[in-house]
Structure formats: structure tokens, C-alpha cells
Write a protein of this length. Sequence first.
Length: 362
Amino acid sequence: MIPRVTATVDLAALRHNVRVVRQVAPRSRIMAAVKADAYGHGAVPVARALEAEGVGALAVACMEEAMQLREAHLSTTPITLLEGVISIEEAALAVYERLQVVVHDHWQIALLEQLPASAEIHVWFKLDSGMHRLGFPLTDVPRLVETLKRHPAWTFQGWITHLACADEPDNAATPRQIAAYSQALQGVAGPRSIANSAGLLAWPEARVDWVRPGLMLYGASPLPGKLGSDLGLKPVLTLQSRLIAIREYDANEAIGYGQTWRTPERMPIGVVAVGYADGVHRCLPSGTPVIVRGSRVPLVGRVSMDMITVDLRTVPQAAVGDAVTLWGAALPAEEVAGYANTLAYELFCGLTQRVRFRYIGG
Ligand SMILES: Cc1ncc(COP(=O)(O)O)c(C=O)c1O
């Protein structure tokens, strides 16, 4: 059976991108973000490739994601729960599974304190240096240091903070956050971790003990106006489907739901077997490019659940069965995301279970 929609994930490109992180931040250890099913790329195969490449830790959002990796026998590289635990059961499981937990609030300390005093738990403290989402206020640092002293069985992993505007190279909020964080930790022991992809690419002072790249590992740029290739990254995922029909229409015929687009002349329209139920956003407008036989052609009319329609005037040789690329090396996801007024993050995470995944370069 020929798969309808295929995501080809190039693990060699993923490993290449890890090496780019190492070049940019040679003195930092890498905590690779594999949350959200490795940004839609498939958590288990991606985590295995990252482990083989020797990253220092894998970051997931929550216990379910950590357990998916453990159940696939990923046991060598530390796994960090970025949102920490939410119940005593999860705290006990984190100890049993040797997971590292990010602790961002006093209620989580209270949870961990319900564990036996001898429980060996690996703890990061998250500090709010200005993002104002998760984290202890910086003024809590002395109190947190005292907490650690009270719990000799806890292994302290370090101090995490997160940047709100790292993707804006001229935004003074980032140096303010880094300065406030560094000041609060002056003279305080423990590894530091500040930067996501944008942070480590754009802000040298954020390349501290640990960096936490996500998006750039998958080959996309987090920096506006730059593509992954501008940063030496290789796109990891290529999304492809096929032409399942080609029809010739007279001028002024309306195409698809809502009749939002009309043929300007007699012309061929291709129907591609991919739609929003696969992860191609419905808001992508007419004009969004796809690739047929090596040429960019525009999507026309509305994206429907299972299909899109494309203008084939510039590719008269196109035939039913031809591969159609929605994004990949020749058509960066960042660029396609721009048409949907979103970011590559959301395109990646939006791929659905109907897409068939294929891994190469492993
Ligand atoms: C705390 C934390 N660190 C690191 C990352 C990785 O970010 P990025 O994919 O922008 O590199 C994320 C992602 O949202 C995060 O929440």
C-alpha cells in the first residue's frame, strides 16, 4: 500500500543539528527538547538518535511523555520533566524512574516533601527572571538554598530560567532577564540553564552550563527573517502527499469550499491528498507554495479536511501519482508557517496520526 501522506524524518539531519548546537555553544551541555512527541517528529526514534549523539539530557513536558521514553527502554540519558510533577504518585514515579523534575512552585516542594526523606530525587529549580509564566521569584533563591540544605537526599541539578523574547535580537528584555538571573544567583552553587534555541543562537551570554534547544534540532530557525539553512541547520522532516486528480477547468470556475478562488483562464487544477486532518492548516491561503516535480506551485481555494487544490499551469507535465511536498528542505517549514501566520513549531506539532512516519539516516 502506498502511504497517502508521508513524513520522512532524516535522523542524520537531526544529528547534524546537534553538532551545530555544539559549535555554537561548545562549553554547554545539551538538554534536547523532545516534548510534544519531539515537536511532532516522533519522540522515541528522535530520542534514540539524540541519545546516540550523546546529548546530556532529554526534556519532556510531563510524566506521560517521560514514560513513553522509558517504555521504549530509553534509560541511559537523563530525562527532565519541564513542568515537574503534579501529584504524590507522580513524585514517587519520578524517583522510581530516576527522572529529573523541574520544581517551579512551593506546592511542588510540598509534594516532594511528602516522599520519604531518603527518596533520591533529581531536582532543578525554575526561576522566573521575567517570563512570568512558571518559576519562583528571584527573591526566593535564599529560601530555595535552605530547602536544599534540608534535603540531603535530593540531587540538585541546577537553576533553570526561560527567556521571553530571545527571538528578538534587539529586545532589551533578554539582557535584563539574564542580568537579573545572574545577580540573584551570585555566589550560589549549582549549574545554570537559560537558553532555548533562540537564546543560544542570538545571545552568547545565555550559553551557560546547559542549553535547552528544541526547534533548531529539527532544522527550523527560531529567529525571524532567518531560515534554518541560514544558520547551518538541516530540515529534519519532509511532508509529502500525492496528486490524486488533475482536472482542466474553463476560465472563471470557482474551486472548492466557499468558492473562494476562481480560475483566471482555462487551466489545470491538481487535487492533492492532504488536508487539515493531516496537519495542513486550514488557514493557509491561496498562494501558499507546494512543490510538484521540483517546481513551486500555489495552493488555490480552501484547504479541506482531506484535500487541497493547486494551480498546475506552470507544471504541464504533472501527472496523477506525482509526489507533492508540503514542506521540507526545498520549502522550509518556517516559510510555510508564515503563510498561516504562525511558526514552524505549530506546523510540526500539528501533524496528526493519519500521517505515516518514515525514518531515514538512522
Ligand atoms: C523551558 C523550555 N526550555 C526549552 C525549550 C525549547 O525551546 P525551543 O524549541 O524554542 O528551542 C522550551 C520549549 O518551549 C521550554 O519550554
